[in-house]
Design a protein around this ligand. Structure first.
Ligand code: ADP
Length: 487
């Protein structure tokens, strides 16, 4: 468009004309009428030049110069040459009208270009948002913000200050070669308004000093973004910086939340570890005294005194309960600790289960069905014993009839089924019995003692083996627990 105008001027005024466009602090000739002597580019430090200063810059005297501004900024200029005869009043009028029209036309062209730039800016902002919001430490965040702003608005330097007590400390900086960085600290009086403090600070090209709020919900200013460049900002640039600052404020809030969460989870982990250690210590240290108590109580069973014998039986029974509770607590603490792992070895699981069941089956109620061939899988002996103790122990505890134990090799590995004809599990409560401290309502209402921990731990152990612990049950008819273990 500038080319058409340059040609139009040349034709109407019978002179030559060169059109310059201002980009990144440089006037570049973009079009000229055919007879114009092409002029070189001119760089400028400032872009708020009036026509007189522009004339001096372009070293044009008798020639005329039309400055074209848009959006409050100088954008282009037309230099008319070849004025051997001074321009007539009509020519000057014509030229002025042309400048006005040109400004309008350029305005719409620039508006179009700006729209395109907004779209590009939008995309750049989305990228910037991703970058900014992805950083979760304050100083790297400040550095990223500085370099983003610097790149997006062609600044000489950008620095970010944050409030630290009575000073504003520089937490981020992006500068250019040969430019001394702005001060590391800026004093900040308790009650002084930031604007006043900032206005007094001597920083090169501090064209824009923007307040930042760390938390968008906070009224108080928390930080400062200093953008150093000689030119004023256009509205679009201000909007862009504002958007970046808002993003940074959000990111700073994120950083704070992230740090808070990290601190809380650290504290939680410590208190959890303490609780686990405490539980393990109690459970472990219970064993010794319990063994002594049951040992002496068994001696009392041989007493001639019937009352003493009956008391001894009660003591033994309650001691067993306590021992079971402490076993459960110990196993629970083990499953909750971060270091819960298996010590596997490959062996015949059928033989192992048969041996594990023998001490539980004092009343000889368990019938075992197993293949003649060994069923070799890899498992943790100690942990699987705990599972068998619990599942078979429960079958004996929650029923009074026979208990069927079937061990079989399956294509996936091994299956251990424990079937009883006891109280069963009420409908809808199967999920619950595998939860921590979860017990069936019928077990409770019948006053059968229990902690609700055994199956929870057993399921965890089977899960860690990569297997499944499931149950089929009908209340008052019985339950079949099946432990499926992979090869
Ligand atoms: P506890 O037996 O100590 O209560 P468990 O975790 O071993 O804890 O079992 C959880 C609950 O599951 C029991 O309280 C009981 O309600 C139910 N349960 C477990 N095994 C059986 C079973 N064989 N028959 C009926 N109910 C059972």
């Amino acid at each position: 468009m500038l080319a058409i105008v340059a040609r139009g001027i040349a034709r109407d005024l019978q002179r030559t004309c060169v059109a310059y466009e201002l980009r990144e602090r440089e006037f570049r000739p973009v079009a000229a009428s055919p007879t114009a002597t092409r002029r070189a580019s001119r760089s400028v430090d400032e872009v708020d030049l009036d026509v007189l200063r522009l004339r001096a810059l372009m070293r044009v005297g008798g020639e005329d110069l039309v400055a074209v501004s848009f959006d409050g900024q100088l954008r282009a200029m037309l230099v008319i040459e070849g004025a051997t005869v001074p321009l007539s009043d009509d020519d000057v009028k014509h030229l002025r009208a042309l400048a006005g029209q040109l400004s309008l036309a350029l305005g719409s062209a620039l508006a179009f270009e700006q729209l395109r730039r907004y779209a590009a800016e939008g995309a750049a902002l989305v990228d910037a948002a991703r970058t900014i919001l992805g950083v979760n430490e304050l100083e790297p965040l400040a550095r990223v913000l500085c370099s983003l702003v610097k790149r997006m608005v062609f600044a000489r330097y950008v620095s970010v200050y944050g409030r630290r007590g009575h000073v504003l400390a520089r937490i981020g900086y992006a500068g250019s070669d040969g430019l001394p960085p702005p001060p590391e600290e800026l004093p900040l009086e308790e009650d002084a308004a930031w604007d006043t403090v900032l206005a007094e600070i001597d920083m090169p090209f501090a064209a824009s000093r923007l307040m930042m709020r760390a938390d968008p919900a906070l009224e108080a200013q928390q930080g400062l973004l200093v953008v150093g460049r000689p030119e004023r900002f256009s509205k679009a640039e201000r909007r862009l910086i504002d958007a970046l600052v808002t993003l940074a404020a959000l990111a700073i809030r994120n950083v704070e939340l992230y740090e808070q969460t990290a601190r809380t989870s650290q504290a939680l982990a410590e208190s959890n570890a303490f609780k686990d250690d405490l539980m393990a210590m109690f459970a472990h240290d219970f064993r010794g005294p319990l063994t002594v108590i049951s040992g002496f109580s068994e001696l009392l069973l041989e007493s001639d005194d019937a009352e003493a014998r009956s008391s001894a039986e009660t003591i033994i029974e309650q001691t067993k309960r306590l021992a079971k509770l402490s076993e459960d607590a110990l196993a629970l603490a083990a499953t909750q600790s971060a270091g819960f792992s298996l010590q596997r070895a490959s062996e015949d699981v059928a033989a192992f289960v048969r041996e594990a069941v023998a001490p539980l089956d004092r009343e000889r109620r368990v019938t075992i069905e197993m293949p003649s061939e060994p069923v070799v899988i890899s498992f943790d002996r100690g942990r699987l014993r705990h599972v068998i103790d619990n599942v078979v122990g429960n079958a004996l505890k929650y029923s009074s009839g026979p208990v069927g134990l079937r061990i079989a090799a399956t294509p996936e590995g091994a299956c251990i089924e424990v079937a009883d004809t006891g109280i069963g599990i009420p409908e809808g409560e199967v999920e619950r019995i595998f939860t921590r401290f979860g017990r069936g309502t019928n077990a409770r209402s019948r006053g059968i003692a229990g902690s609700g921990v055994g199956l929870y731990v057993a399921k965890k152990i089977v899960d860690v083996h990569g297997g499944r612990l499931v149950v089929r049950s009908v209340e008052n008819q019985g339950s079949t627990f099946s432990i499926q273990l992979p090869l």
